[in-house]
Design a binder for this molecule. Structure first.
Ligand SMILES: C[S@@+](CC[C@H](N)C(=O)[O-])C[C@H]1O[C@@H](n2cnc3c(N)ncnc32)[C@H](O)[C@@H]1O
Ligand code: SF4
Length: 330
């Protein structure tokens, strides 16, 4: 079996379409609910989202479908990853979104911990789901997923397991092979919400908050199934996240300077908004109004620094505009 090594220690013998798009930073992540019937000790979901029936499109809190559409456009997404919490805890909501996405020609994949029965899989297929990834919580009860894998495949979906590299289990290999499914193994990841629990279970965090020795477990699966993909914590950070940022950054007006990290640099002018707006219009300058003032080309901020509160900022191109650095120009 031939493996292809990619960034951050990830490698694969097979990439699903969902993974291929994700790797290009072209997948928007729809967090469809924080509700979940399970309580995996290693669950990485933040406290802010866990157990709450909230929707997020990437980092953006969603109040209506318009927010989701805006987010898709902001990154020129080519597909959507539907996750949670447990997406199937809100099946009708998932179906409504799926119908919108499939009409827009977006590829969809869904994560679930539920060995869904035929009827549910049929509804998902009807609504246009392209790919489904099962995760048996705690890697228990693995055989219960064989039938759903087979049924999903017979309905035309790409189907497989996506599991954290917690331990090596023969039954995972057996079910993947007998259902002719794919196997995605995630390097076990520390987050603020699971940190103590992972440490209590004996895992130690590495430089990128990956659990040390988790990759060794993933490697044990590699030669045992036909279609395998190991996704490292570092890969998620350096490739997937950064590439999404870059896509977003290039969709902003041209005056934003895009860095190789996918952040953007621009000027920020703060103060009396009406006064600043007048001056910017008189100058014929490009600007984008934001909550605290106006984002403008760097040179415009420099020109205005003697009359207004102007600075240079480096920020994420995301909807929440997280500012990483701010240098006052006076
Ligand atoms: C957080 S779950 C949410 C969706 C669904 N509840 C499930 O468990 O599949 C999404 C994916 O994260 C993976 N996962 C869970 N905990 C993880 C961790 N600590 N590190 C890496 N991946 C993890 C799961 O295997 C699953 O494929
Ligand atoms: S099933 Fe998924 S969302 Fe639920 S606790 Fe486990 S990892 Fe978290």
């Amino acid at each position: 079996m031939r493996f292809r090594r990619i960034e951050g220690g990830s490698y694969y013998s097979y990439l699903t379409e969902g993974c291929r798009l994700c790797r290009m930073g072209a997948k928007m992540v729809l967090f469809v609910t924080g509700k979940c019937p399970h309580a995996c000790y290693y669950c990485p979901i933040s406290e802010e989202r866990k157990g709450r029936d909230v929707v997020y499109a990437n980092e953006r809190f969603v109040e209506s479908i318009d927010d989701v559409v805006d987010e898709i456009l902001s990154m020129s997404a080519e597909g959507v990853a539907i996750t949670g919490g447990e997406p199937l805890a809100r099946l009708e909501r998932v179906r409504e979104y799926l119908e919108v996405f499939s009409h827009a020609g977006l590829h969809t994949h869904l994560y679930t911990s539920i060995p869904a029965e035929d009827k549910i899989l049929e509804k998902l297929a009807e609504s246009g789901l392209d790919e489904i990834r099962f995760h048996p919580p705690g890697l228990e009860n693995v055989r219960a997923y064989e039938r759903p894998l087979l049924r999903a495949r017979s309905l035309g979906m790409e189907a497989g397991f996506e599991i954290p590299a917690l331990e090596f289990r023969d039954d995972v290999v057996e079910v993947v092979n007998s259902a002719d499914a794919f196997l995605n193994v995630n390097e076990l990841e520390f987050s603020t919400s699971n940190f103590e629990e992972l440490e209590r279970a004996g895992w130690k965090p590495g430089e990128f908050f990956e659990a040390e020795k988790s990759k060794e477990i993933a490697d044990m699966y590699a030669g045992r199934v036909e279609r395998f993909h190991f996704c490292s914590v570092r890969f998620k950070e350096i490739a997937q996240f950064r590439r999404r940022l870059i896509r977003m950054a290039f969709n902003l007006p041209e005056f934003y300077r895009v860095t190789s990290e996918g952040t953007v640099i621009c000027g920020l002018v703060e103060g009396d908004k009406e006064e600043i707006r007048k001056v910017l219009i008189q100058m014929g300058a490009e600007f984008v109004e934001v909550e605290e003032g106006f984002e403008v080309p760097v040179e415009v901020a420099e020109n205005l620094s003697s009359s207004f509160d102007a600075s240079l900022i480096e920020r994420y191109p995301t909807h929440d505009r997280t500012i990483l650095e701010k240098h006052p120009l006076r």
